[in-house]
Design a protein around this ligand. Structure first.
Ligand SMILES: Nc1ncnc2c1ncn2[C@@H]1O[C@H](COP(=O)(O)OP(=O)(O)OP(=O)(O)O)[C@@H](O)[C@H]1O
Length: 265
């Protein structure tokens, strides 16, 4: 943990409150959130349904403005979406008429990179998400897991400073989900990425995160923070065999108790 503390703060959220609507019809979604995201962290957000997790992510992405408080990236207020924060949603937002190749090349092409570099980036990231050989397939033909891998490659191709994921695996079957978790962990490690991921699945947060933030019911506040490192120990080296520890089950129960306390009337 000491090492992480020395890393640069990429996102600095200070007393963030976000409301929807105007005047009498406002909905207070999140209230007074303070959170720092440091380079290399894998932050997982858990909380009851409707507590404001997506609102927090959308504010970091720059889609929503703070009602009060601040959301800074490398010291500068976030004023709108940009390539430094790549977003992966539950339903992959791909261009369905385009091939996998064109979807992944889209960002680098928009940034005006030379053709040779665009091809290198595309080949590198399609290999990383294990889709080499599928370049020319149109994306409407793909399974849910494949689409999500294209969405991930498309975000990675922009070399974002932070990757924001809003329940990226929520719509996948259990088997594909487990494979995708492994893939995301591998990419995070290999690229030394910084990831902020929303999930409803405590096991997913425990298996991936280096820090878990548990939110209250709406208006969402951060109730507890858990520094965890099961992501580095949970898999036996070079195998798919998962090793759960006493500490794992203890932490899971603590988180479950907090979330249950927020959903009981
Ligand atoms: N555009 C909007 N206008 C008004 N209210 C909204 C809007 N978007 C979200 N909300 C409300 O704000 C609250 C927080 O929503 P948000 O989607 O951030 O929660 P969440 O924790 O991500 O939900 P879930 O777990 O169900 O995905 C909810 O009560 C929701 O109904």
């Amino acid at each position: 943990m000491e090492l992480v503390k020395e890393q640069e703060v990429l996102i600095d959220i200070q007393n963030l409150t976000v409301e929807y609507g105007k005047k009498k019809n406002t909905i207070l979604a999140i209230e007074d959130i303070n959170l720092e995201i440091r380079r290399g962290e894998f932050i997982c957000i858990l909380g009851p349904s409707g507590c404001g997790k997506s609102t927090l992510l959308k504010t970091i992405a720059g889609y929503l403005n703070p009602t009060s408080g601040r959301c800074l990236m490398q010291g500068q207020p976030i004023n709108g979406p940009d390539w430094h924060r790549g977003v992966v949603f539950q339903s992959p937002t791909l261009y369905p008429w385009m091939s996998i190749k064109d979807n992944v090349e889209f960002g680098p092409r928009m940034r005006g990179l030379p053709e040779k570099e665009i091809v290198e980036i595309r080949e590198h990231f399609l290999k990383q998400v294990k889709l080499e050989g599928f370049e020319d397939k149109p994306t409407f033909e793909l399974s849910g897991g494949m689409k999500q891998r294209v969405a991930l490659a498309r975000v990675l191709a922009n070399y974002p400073q932070v990757i924001l994921m809003d329940e990226p695996l929520g719509a996948l079957d259990a088997f594909t989900r487990a494979n995708m978790q492994k893939l995301i962990r591998g990419i995070w490690k290999e690229n030394n990425s910084t990831i902020f991921l929303i999930t409803h699945d405590i096991d997913e947060a425990l298996a991936l995160g280096t820090r878990i933030e548990v939110m209250s019911k709406r208006p969402g506040k951060i109730l507890r923070e858990f520094n965890v490192e099961f992501t580095n120990t949970i898999y036996k080296e070079d195998s798919d065999h998962i090793m759960y520890s006493e500490k794992y089950f203890q932490t899971k129960k603590e988180i479950l108790d907090i979330i249950n306390s927020q959903t009981e009337e």
